[in-house]
Design a protein around this ligand. Structure first.
Ligand code: PLP
Ligand code: TYF
Length: 394
């Protein structure tokens, strides 16, 4: 049987992690995988998470199963963080999942269970796991144009033109904030226009929210998304705690479903519960328990928010610094968009040969589409990156 297996395509981002690790050069710079790093190049355990972990260690008396939907105090804390008051709590149901990826997978399966005919519309480009998971599940997909290669900003007219082709009942996958891989995001007016289109055409929003708090702040980052979710009868959100709680390896996420009425909500709840059971039974508890402890304690929550703000403003400083250095090194405004982008990533719009040269000649690693993780930049790496970019372009 095993010999019948076909080689599977590798994840390019994860393959790049291996290439970087194997590079013996001093001063190499890793702008590849989307993991936050502080000024010392470390990915810290957040203070409030560490404190919650100490409390959990003391207080936990059993490792018995929790429930198919996970820890409901976690799900409720996440509903609050993600949706605020934009949607009445009794219209929402949710399941704890292993990471944001787990939430995407469970919600994609829910789409297929509910309506196997639905096409899922994906931004071009998007996070490669979106099309990969949907293809694996045999869910039809279509792309909508999103990124303007000339300006490195959103091509909103093209996006709207493409979404006009969607049929009633189709699903639109949107990045809630901090678009991966481009860093280019919709503004509030554009979210409003998307809301009008979704309502007019009867589409169903599916929001992937993996970076809340990494752009303009915990609340500002979700303003547009909340406007949309508050206006539509049905929607889904896959939220990740990997980045904003720094819980990557503990695998913490939530799948939220917004329903028009109680009966539909309970159908969705039953489907989420059943999908958790069919795929892995009970979701992993540890990281979700930490989020629940942290979010339900005023002091820990305040400290978490303060540290998240430090991370966010640090990344913003790197952005403005890099935009300035690129202006100087290239003697042009070509890269000014770096300062306007938000989140961990910016797609620089470099040709593949330039990305390769940066790696081979300058030991600077970025994803093949020229996506950089801004948090991977050491403070003294701004000038080096800018000068290297200028060199490979000349
Ligand atoms: N969605 C996007 C766009 C991401 O970049 C990520 C990765 O961080 C995720 C979802 C989910 O990540 P995880 O499964 O680690 O929570
Ligand atoms: O885009 C990124 O770099 C992050 C981390 O299969 C990641 O989202 C990358 C690949 C992957 C899972 C997570």
């Amino acid at each position: 049987m095993l010999e019948l297996l076909k080689p599977q395509p590798a994840d390019k981002i994860i393959a790049l992690m291996g290439l970087y690790a194997a590079d013996p050069r001093d001063g190499k710079i890793d702008l590849g995988v989307g993991v936050y790093k502080d000024a010392n190049g470390k990915t810290p355990i957040m203070r409030a998470v560490k404190a919650a972990e100490a409390r959990l260690h003391e207080a936990q008396t059993s490792k018995s199963y929790v429930g198919l939907l996970g820890d409901l105090s976690f799900v409720d804390a996440m509903r609050n963080l993600v949706l605020g008051t934009s949607v009445a709590a009794d219209r929402v149901t949710g399941a704890q999942t292993p990471g944001g990826t787990g939430a995407i997978r469970q919600l994609a399966e829910l789409v297929k269970l509910a309506n196997p005919q639905a096409t899922v519309w994906l931004s071009d480009p998007t996070w490669p796991n979106h099309p990969a998971i949907l293809k694996h599940l045999d869910i039809p997909t279509q792309s909508y144009r999103y990124f303007d290669a000339a300006t490195c900003e959103v091509n909103f007219d093209a996006m709207m033109e493409d979404l006009e082709q969607a049929q009633a009942g189709d699903v639109v996958l949107l990045h809630g904030c901090c678009h991966n891989p481009t860093g280019a995001n919709l503004d509030l007016l554009q979210w409003r226009a998307v809301t009008d289109l979704v309502l007019r055409k009867g589409l169903i929003p599916f929001v992937d929210l993996a970076y809340q708090g990494f752009g303009d702040g915990l609340e500002d980052d979700v303003q547009g998304m909340r406007h949309l979710l508050g206006a539509v009868p049905q929607a889904m959100v896959a939220a990740s705690c990997s980045k904003n709680f720094g819980l990557y390896r503990d695998r913490v996420g939530v799948a939220l479903v917004i329903a028009p009425d109680e009966k539909t909500r309970d159908l969705a709840k039953g489907a989420l519960s059943s999908l958790n059971r069919l795929n892995y039974s009970f979701p992993p508890d540890h990281g979700a328990a930490l989020v629940s402890i942290l979010m339900n304690d005023a002091d820990l929550r305040a400290d978490w928010q303060a540290e998240l703000e430090e991370m966010r403003t640090g990344m913003l400083d790197l952005r403005t610094g890099l935009a300035e250095e690129l202006r100087r090194a290239t003697n042009s405004d070509r890269f000014d968009f770096v300062a306007n982008h938000r989140g961990m990533f910016s797609r620089l719009g470099l040709p593949p040969e330039a990305v390769e040269k940066l790696r081979d000649e300058h030991a600077i690693y970025m994803v093949g589409d020229s996506r950089i993780n801004i948090a991977g930049l050491p403070k003294d790496g701004l000038t080096r990156l800018a000068q290297a970019v200028a060199a490979v372009l000349s």
